[in-house]
Structures are given as C-alpha cells and as structure tokens.
Design a binder for this molecule. Structure first.
Ligand SMILES: [Zn+2]
Length: 185
C-alpha cells in the first residue's frame, strides 16, 4: 500500500523532514520523523491543528514507516489526492501531482468555516481569490448527501439537514479541492 500511495502522489506522513515539513495533506497529523518501525500510538512530535485537535503521530497511516501490524488507513485527504491523481494524471505523474497537491493545500489554508461541530448551519468563506464554486456533502458511508453551487463566491451558508453524526464536506474551486470532517450535533 505504501508504494501504491507514492505512485498515486502521496508523500510520507512526516513530509521527509521535521515539524516544519508537511506532506501537503491537511488532515494528516505532523510528525518530526518516521516512526521507528513500531506502533507507538501516543507519540506526538508536532503541534497540529486538525479540525482543532492536536492529534498524535499517525502510525495507522500507510505512508508512515510504522509496523505493518498497525497500518490500516490513509486519511480522507490522502485518499482525495490519490483519487485526483488516479483520475487526471495516472498516465503522466511526473511533475503535475506536486503542483496540484500544492494548489489543494493552498486552497485549504485559505478556507474558514464555523461552527464545527454544528447544529446544522455552517458559514464557509474562502479568504483567497480562489473561490468555492461547489460544495458536496457526504455521509460517513461516502453517500452523496447534498450538493450546492455557490452563486456569489464569497460567503456560503451550508445547512446540513440530516441526522446527527459525522459528515464530509468537500469544497471545490475550479482547480482545487479541500475536504473537511464536520460533526452535526
Ligand atoms: Zn516511502
């Protein structure tokens, strides 16, 4: 799985450097180095702000060097990168993937949304001129729950009218995407 991850555009979870290096996937917890081939689930080397949480180093991620015994997942963000690369760039992965990953990263860095968790409504703003043109909301099973198009590109109010639980909110501009986990209370 690790090498397939590389083939489909993924970097190592620790970004091949200390805490100042990133894997350009916003929902992967930072780490200052590869795991020491173990399954230490409490090691937390970098301060993260992922959905407001400082998560421990992700030994479950196939893109770490942790033991295969504890590897069982990619993050949603890493899966999104792979799907994107597979769809658009599989015939020629060379340089394009880096640019596209970086575009997604920059896009995600300029998104502001609140509140999360929410009782229903979420206010979403893109602080850069890379406007949000479409929002897809999927439930925990991946089923498309709602799609909305942005008219004026500035601030969008998303209303999740559905049962309580976890949803995935995918924001699309014309060249980037960002995916966030939101919780409906
Ligand atoms: Zn590797």
């Amino acid at each position: 799985m690790h090498e397939i991850g590389h083939f489909l555009g993924l970097r190592h979870t620790w970004g091949d450097g200390d805490c100042s290096f990133d894997d350009f996937v916003y929902d992967t917890p930072g780490s200052d180095a590869a795991s020491q081939y173990n399954c230490n689930k409490t090691r937390n080397t970098c301060l993260d702000d992922i959905y407001g949480i400082d998560l421990p180093d992700m030994v479950e991620n196939y893109m770490d060097y942790s033991s295969g015994n504890c590897q069982n997942s990619f993050t949603v963000g890493k899966a999104a990168v792979m799907q994107y690369v597979l769809h658009y760039y599989r015939p020629n992965l060379s340089d394009m993937k880096v640019i596209e990953n970086y575009a997604d990263y920059k896009f995600s860095q300029n998104i502001e949304f609140y509140p999360n968790p929410t009782t229903g409504k979420i206010t979403i703003t893109s602080k850069s001129d890379n406007n949000i043109i479409k929002i897809n909301v999927r439930d925990i099973t991946g089923k498309l729950f709602k799609s909305i198009y942005s008219i004026d590109n500035s601030t969008i109010i998303l209303d999740i009218v559905g049962s309580k639980g976890v949803y995935f909110m995918e924001l699309l501009s014309n060249n980037s995407r960002a995916i966030y986990r939101v919780v409906k209370l």
